[in-house]
Design a protein. Structure first.
Length: 729
């Protein structure tokens, strides 16, 4: 492998920006350059990075690439200006010291090749010297200025009078002022500080449901705007509901520019410069800066929305699995009947059924539905029922609640967010797995598996279709996809996967594994039977040593020949793990036992790390792996809220205290499922007894919370909730 070359200037700039140790940044960039993945570096190379986590490692990579791109642009701009023969030492220094790409572009603007304009025509007509004289404000009287202008009168150049000459000079001056980097930078900072985003209604009829009514007469300082309002206003503007602009008192702004360009030594020249400043702002600087700021607001709002979506997705994927339970997936419907599917404790499909418990099915079918359903539950000894939250969900919940009350054993149900289930059910993967099932029947299987193992099932679906987040269709889809891919990668590798049961969809998110290699792993498993040792993975076609190194620590084998294969200890550390066990006079059969838990606390980790030439952080991780084989970080998350009875919105009264499940977290609060048709909203001001700036800091998707009913709107089917003053006892 060739040596990784790191740009020293970019590395130093990255270090200054992130304030992380220089050696850690060098190590990260080197390892990334060698083809190591972020999860592998974060988990198994802690000594080299100083135990940086995935977020810090990705921040190093992103900032380094940003600086590389910035420096490349500086070089290109400098070279272009130099080729024009216009590069001064002062300009070169300004470009070299620019910290942002926008500063470079501002400096480059006067030298950028322009399309034909009135100013370029005026320059071609030879008016640049007169414009330069006005800028210098030569001490001439108005009569003398007019005499100077008369020298440029030329019918052939479309300058028949001095009036046309002065108009040409004006165009040159306005364009040059508009191109001045200092003026643009000052204007940008002034508007960001003093400007307001203003929205007025443009076409109320286009807002058929009154969604944007709050923004019909909107005026808020740019410095106080929150992201969800920016995205809502942008969407309303796109839908032709609102007219949107940035408003600012430009008097102080223009005075600042006029002071800079106007030496006030010559009345006539001063008037020309003032007119040029006004026009430059109106035509060039103002509109350009407004576009920039609007784009910047959207970029910031996108980043916040994407962050919220990513956090919600992470918490959704980390919902605890209901291991070993026989689950019935219930896909509700009216006319076409409810599709049922049962999976065993491993997720294997067992049986399917269609029942018609709801109108408009005829009375006979509705009457038959209950005994058929109960027999189905009893035949397969169903323990949990997962009901999709789509059409007919609440009617189905009432039906299920009535059914399980007739059983002699406890059976519970959970309302499962079925967003994206239909997308998966119609996919090639679903058709390949269940070629004999209809789309709705595959959906019932997916709903059951979502309760049984949310991570494994949700990864089969485009993350954007899982039903969490806000305004995800309005943000940059490229940035959203990149962030969600990162979230999925981190979650999957933190949890780890069972090598003998993992699907291709799950495996391809493991560190180092591509879709092709994941398919090869499953094909090898199907042909040769289950893996009984990690090292067998090396026999899989196209899975080379580097891929094996990156992936193997995140793959588990349960009840295999090598007990360490069911831990997150990397095979490269098995020898050290063996020494630790020997030190404690234990064997691999003692992994996870109380004896190991207690004895491991007696170890002098620092002394052993030095003696065995291994990093302290790595040794601590090995000890933890020995203490908790097969650990699943999802086990520490609250289990889903299990129900046996049903509520309706008519049952709710103000001040009632209920338990619910957080379904979605957005900038302005959280939506909580309290067991009725629609989720209730806990506004951000009602999330806690203290001031809450960030809803995600208080609650997460999947949290089980206690809420108090604030108000119930039966007509609009809306429920306002509060978590303030609600005891957790």
């Amino acid at each position: 492998m060739s040596e990784v070359v790191i740009d020293s200037k970019a590395r130093q700039a990255t270090q200054r920006e992130l304030n992380l140790p220089s050696q850690a940044i060098t190590a990260v960039l080197t390892m990334l350059g060698e083809g190591n993945t972020v999860p592998f570096i974060a988990r198994y190379r802690k000594e080299r990075t100083g135990s940086l986590d995935e977020v810090q490692i990705r921040a190093i990579e992103a900032e380094y690439q940003r600086v590389i791109a910035l420096n490349k642009r500086k070089e290109d701009v400098t070279q272009t200006i130099e080729e024009q023969g216009k590069l001064t030492a002062e300009l070169a220094a300004a470009i070299a010291h620019a910290a942002k790409i926008q500063q470079v572009e501002d400096l480059y603007l006067p030298y950028k090749q322009k399309r034909k304009s009135k100013a370029t025509v005026a320059r071609a007509a030879g008016l640049s010297p007169l414009a330069a004289a006005i800028k210098l404000q030569s001490n001439l009287s108005e009569v003398q200025w007019q005499q100077e202008a008369a020298k440029f009168v030329n019918d052939e150049l479309d300058l028949p009078t001095t009036e046309e000459v002065w108009q040409g000079v004006h165009e040159i001056l306005a364009e040059e002022i508009g191109d001045e980097a200092d003026f643009r930078d000052w204007t940008r900072r002034y508007i960001q500080s003093e400007g307001h985003l203003v929205a007025t209604v443009k076409d109320e009829e286009a807002d058929t449901k009154g969604v944007y009514r709050n923004y019909y007469n909107f005026d808020e300082p740019l410095s106080k705007l929150v992201s969800h309002r920016v995205l809502a206003i942008n969407r309303a503007e796109k839908e032709n509901v609102l007219k949107v602009s940035i408003a600012v008192n430009s008097d102080n702004l223009l005075k600042r520019i006029e002071t800079r360009v106007n030496l006030h030594r010559n009345p006539f020249a001063s008037e020309q410069m003032n007119d040029a400043v006004q026009d430059a702002y109106k035509r060039f600087i103002g509109p350009a800066i407004e576009r920039e700021i609007r784009a910047s607001l959207k970029e910031s709002a996108d980043a916040q929305a994407i962050s919220v979506f990513g956090e919600n997705l992470k918490n959704l994927l980390l919902q605890p699995p209901l291991k070993g339970k026989v689950v019935l997936g219930f896909d509700p419907a009216y006319r076409t009947g409810c599709k049922l599917a049962i999976v065993d404790g491993t997720g294997k499909f067992l049986a399917k059924l269609v029942i018609y418990p709801h109108k408009p099915a005829n009375a006979k079918l509705r009457e038959q539905a209950m005994p058929i359903f109960i027999d189905f539950l009893e035949k397969y000894q169903v323990e949990m029922i997962a009901i999709g939250n789509g059409t007919a969900s609440r009617e189905s919940e009432q039906f299920v609640s009535a059914a399980i009350k007739q059983l002699s054993r406890p059976v519970y149900y959970v309302i499962v967010n079925e967003a994206g289930a239909s997308v998966y059910s119609a996919s090639d993967n679903a058709r390949a797995e269940f070629p004999d099932l209809h789309v709705e029947e595959r959906s019932a299987v997916s709903i059951a598996r979502r309760l049984q193992d949310p991570l494994a099932e949700l990864l089969k679906i485009d993350p954007q279709a899982v039903g969490v987040g806000q305004y995800q269709h309005d943000v940059s889809q490229k940035a959203l996809t990149e962030q969600l891919d990162i979230v999925v990668e981190d979650v999957v590798n933190h949890v780890g996967v069972n090598l003998n049961t993992a699907s291709v969809d799950l495996l391809q998110h493991i560190s180092g594994l591509s879709t092709t290699i994941s398919q090869n792993i499953v094909a090898y498993r199907n042909e040769n039977g289950q893996f009984d040792q990690r090292k067998q993975l090396q026999k899989v076609p196209r899975l080379g040593p580097k891929t094996y190194q990156q992936a193997i620590g995140f793959l588990r084998i349960i009840d295999g020949k090598e007990p360490l294969d069911n831990t997150d200890i990397h095979p490269e550390s098995y020898q050290i793990a063996g020494k630790l066990l020997a030190k404690l006079d234990l064997t691999k059969a003692d992994l996870g036992t109380p004896e190991l838990q207690s004895l491991s606390k007696l170890l002098n980790v620092e002394q052993l790390a030095s003696e065995w030439d291994v990093g302290v952080a790595t040794l601590k991780d090995i000890i933890e792996g020995l203490r908790k084989p097969g650990r699943d970080l999802r086990d520490n998350v609250a289990a889903p809220l299990l129900r046996q009875d049903v509520l309706s919105i008519e049952d709710l009264q103000p001040e009632m205290i209920l338990q619910g499940t957080v379904r979605n977290v957005v900038d302005f609060g959280a939506f909580v499922d309290i067991g009725i048709k629609h989720d209730g909203l806990v506004h951000i001001s009602e999330l806690a007894d203290h001031f809450v700036k960030n809803a995600s800091a208080e609650v997460a998707v999947g949290d089980i919370v206690k809420v108090r009913i604030l108000s119930v709107d039966l007509d609009r089917e809306r429920v306002q909730l509060s978590m303030r003053g609600v005891s957790d006892d």
